[in-house]
Design a protein around this ligand. Structure first.
Ligand SMILES: O=C(O)C(=O)[C@H](O)CO
Ligand SMILES: [Mg+2]
Length: 259
């Protein structure tokens, strides 16, 4: 049976994070993940995770000055100190709650200096994350939602991962972003599976429940099953109405796939 992780950055946003974790459990999710949990005391998150038995699969580094349009710091030349503070904050929080992955957000930048800055910051992140056993993730984002984001394609992310040269860094394969940027999802999942640390889903183009739109997730999930991928898939979409009202896909996807 396929397994799914509720992305609490988008699902049950109206609830405090610990209650959102409980709501995800009650709805039948197998894991949770979120974006920026830093204002919530770790004890509250940890006890909701313990109580429900769910794992937190991932959290993100902070984005920087969001009002000014920043969306990550790690590829911004001259901002290394802030980028590394953000990495330290994320790895410390992830360690406290037993999270599996930390997504290091690159930010809006381009060019060779940005690439070198990103690689050096990621090496720092990997070294820090090695001892607590945390995986560092990097994620290409689409150019419509996040114009100018440093990382926009799968192959660019894989080149960065290769250059970082550490064992604890992988690709976050968000089907929504990669369908918009590149498509050919089945081929890319097959070809790059060993470098993929986490997979996320949403409908395209509207980023809502994954049961409609231009991606056939029944096909994608069947392919992942054949490839032997067994990790929970991240449901990272904006519910069309309420989270609970839109969860029909969860039962159908679980019944029809044997992931
Ligand atoms: O936007 C996404 O797809 C993400 O997964 C980031 O973590 C949040 O911006
Ligand atoms: Mg994503």
């Amino acid at each position: 049976m396929a397994r799914f992780s509720a992305n609490l950055g988008f699902l049950w946003q109206e609830l405090p994070l610990p209650d959102a974790i409980r709501a995800a459990k009650a709805a039948g999710f197998d894991a949770v993940e979120c974006h920026w949990p830093y204002e919530v005391p770790v004890e509250a998150v940890r006890s909701a995770l313990r109580e429900t038995g769910l794992k937190m699969l991932g959290i993100n580094t902070i984005r920087g000055d969001v009002a000014a349009g920043e969306n990550g710091l790690a590829a911004l030349p001259g901002r290394e100190n802030q980028a590394r503070d953000a990495i330290q904050q994320a790895v410390a929080y992830a360690t406290e709650i037993g999270a599996v992955n930390v997504h290091v957000m690159a930010g809006r930048a381009s060019g060779e200096a940005a690439r070198e800055t990103f690689i050096a910051n990621l090496q720092f992140a990997c070294e820090l994350a090695a001892e607590p056993g945390i995986m560092i993730l990097i994620e290409p984002l689409n150019h419509r939602d996040v114009p100018g984001y440093f990382l926009q394609t799968c192959e660019q992310a894989l080149e960065v991962i290769e250059a970082v040269g550490r064992p604890n860094i992988k690709l976050m394969f968000d089907c929504y972003h990669l369908q918009i940027m590149q498509g050919d999802l089945t081929f890319r999942l097959q070809t790059y599976l060993n470098s993929i640390g986490h997979i996320q889903i949403a409908s395209v183009p509207d980023r809502r429940e994954p049961d409609h739109g231009e991606i056939n997730y029944h096909h994608i999930l069947a392919q992942l099953n054949e490839l032997g991928y067994r990790q929970p898939i991240g449901a990272e979409y904006r519910p069309a109405t309420s989270t609970d009202a839109g969860l029909g896909w969860l039962k159908t996807f679980r019944e029809k796939t044997s992931l």
